[in-house]
Write a protein that binds this ligand. Structure first.
Ligand code: 2BA
Length: 109
């Protein structure tokens, strides 16, 4: 058994949830925040038998889009106390960031 942790964009999260439901795949959805953009994203935790891991990855791949987003770097204050606000920079986000971990034990009490 494996634990798939998938970080997806909020805009893709509902379509992915529908795919999981259709396929009878159990998943837990967490509201998360990216450390870089500091904007919301969605993390799914999916416990799944080894032979269905590829199916889960295929569904994530199918539903996750790459998007361009703008972020404004934080304001810099130099030694003269002059502040400069950075120009917005364009960042490519996604499709999805996925980790697959082994599960030592699985219990449902
Ligand atoms: P964020 O940390 O908000 O990052 C959003 C996008 O900003 C990233 O998209 C990447 O294109 C860019 N980015 C991130 N850090 C950067 C940096 N130091 N310099 C320049 N650009 C940077 P993705 O790579 O598609 O990542 C989307 C989200 O997945 C991330 O949101 C974060 O929540 C998660 N993530 C990505 N890599 C991760 C990792 N190694 N461990 C845990 N979570 C990760």
């Amino acid at each position: 058994m494996k634990l798939v942790i998938a970080i997806v964009q909020d805009k893709d999260a509902n379509r992915l949830r529908s795919e999981f439901v259709k396929a009878g795949i159990g998943a837990t959805r967490l509201s998360t925040t990216g450390g870089f953009l500091k904007s919301g994203n969605t993390t799914y935790m999916i416990g799944i038998d080894d032979q269905r891991v590829q199916e889960v990855l295929d569904l994530i791949h199918k539903t996750s889009r790459t998007r361009q987003q703008f972020m404004t770097p934080p304001v810099n204050i130099d030694a003269q106390m002059d502040s400069t606000s950075g120009y917005p920079v364009e960042v490519q986000v996604g499709g999805a960031t996925v980790f697959v971990l082994p599960i030592e034990q699985f219990h449902q009490f």
